[in-house]
Write a protein that binds this ligand. Structure first.
Ligand SMILES: C=C(O[C@@H]1C=C(C(=O)O)C=C[C@H]1O)C(=O)O
Length: 360
């Protein structure tokens, strides 16, 4: 008898559940409509005052048995989920999102491709220091089949007294050496002026972690005609990285490579904490190629092989590695730059030598 009673009451609950479900989804549709209007008018999705007003109205009407606190709690959850719905719609509308473009974006640099079948290696010293240094590094990279030469001419240093880079002279040097070996140049720019200056010398502009949210610079590089390697800020969420990429894409420059380079955590045995989940997540959420900077993320050489393997296993389209012909006397990041032998054994360990040689 008791069981039958429960059964009957549960049937009643099932009916109410159906009604609640229908009402919740009807509510969600209205929330979406409000979201679209807000977006068109550049209004924030979250409106705490409206929510507060709504909770007050509800508690006034509430006659129990649920307490006012419980009612507010439940409706807060509904409002939270509603807000997510409004935000998700916008996220799906981002030009860099997978929803907007199903197929992978391939970055074509001359006869090379980033985001194709073969992972690329972008290597070179932290900073351009001299012709001898660049030549020593580039010739070894070339021997190993690496086609992308990196090197900083404008260095964003934490201390204003640290080596700031050779500027235009550094870019000129790197271009000359790269041309000698048929390599492509990747170098960081930190301002609109530097961008203009670098245009003549580089093949890929790098936007460093510290400038990921320098929106004016993002807009400038969005107008440029060359690919952009955008690094994740060390305090930035993946959503923020995506939005930063959107700044560039929305301006018309669709050639963007995202770069995970580690984030700041409490861990101090690595320079930053490499967030490898960023790779598959970004590949799911965006159509842009994703590479991993294994030097800045870890800040140490002894784990570079397993970390590089892990990055590629996670789906990275390439790696960025710091290599110096004589790291001991490097003017920056001395401890994390590989020497030429170490780099050769990394390439060997990753099985990349042949692949990079046969062209990307
Ligand atoms: C639907 C709106 O957007 C958000 C969601 C709300 C809700 O689910 O009731 C309330 C306020 C906003 O934070 C709105 O502004 O009315």
């Amino acid at each position: 008898m008791t069981l039958q009673q429960i059964e009957k009451l549960r049937k009643e609950l099932d009916l109410i559940n159906d009604q609640l479900l229908e009402l919740l989804n009807r509510r969600a549709e209205i929330v979406q409509q409000i979201g679209r209007i807000k977006k068109e008018n550049n209004l924030p999705f979250y409106d705490p005052e409206r929510e507060q007003e709504m909770f007050e109205k509800l508690t006034e009407k509430n006659s129990g048995p649920f307490s006012d606190e419980t009612i507010v709690h439940l409706f807060k959850e509904i409002a939270k989920a509603s807000l997510k719905l409004q935000e998700k719609e916008t996220e799906e509308q981002l030009l860099v999102s997978r929803e907007m473009k199903k197929e992978d974006t391939k970055i074509v640099v001359g006869d090379l491709v980033i985001g194709g079948k073969i992972p690329v290696m972008i290597a070179g010293p932290c900073a351009v220091e001299s012709r001898e240094q660049m030549k020593a590094v580039a010739s070894e990279l070339n021997r190993l089949g690496v086609s992308f030469l990196r090197g900083g001419a404008f260095k964003p240093r934490t201390s204003p007294y640290s080596f700031q880079g050779l500027g235009r002279e550094g870019l000129r040097l790197m271009r000359e050496v790269a041309d000698e070996y048929g390599m492509k140049v990747v170098s960081e720019v930190m301002s609109a002026e530097q961008l203009e200056l670098a245009e003549e010398y580089v093949d890929i502009f790098q936007i460093g972690a510290r400038n990921m949210q320098n929106f004016e610079l993002l807009k400038e590089v969005g107008n440029a005609k060359k690919p952009v390697l955008l690094k994740r800020g060390f305090m930035a969420t993946l959503e923020e990285l995506m939005l930063a990429a959107e700044y560039i894409y929305a301006r018309g420059n669709t050639q963007i490579i995202l770069c995970e380079r580690g984030i700041r955590t409490f861990e101090h045995w690595t320079r930053n904490t490499l967030d490898l989940s960023a790779v598959p997540i970004l590949k799911l959420k965006t159509h842009l190629p994703v590479i991993v900077d294994v030097s800045h993320s870890t800040g140490r050489k002894d784990i570079i092989l397993p970390i590089s393997k892990a990055a590629l296993a996670a789906g990275a389209d390439g790696l960025m590695v710091e290599v110096h012909n004589n790291p001991a006397i490097a003017r920056s990041d001395a401890h994390q730059q590989l020497n030429l032998e170490e780099f050769a054994s990394l390439m060997e360990g990753l099985g990349l030598i042949k692949k990079n040689k046969s062209g990307c």
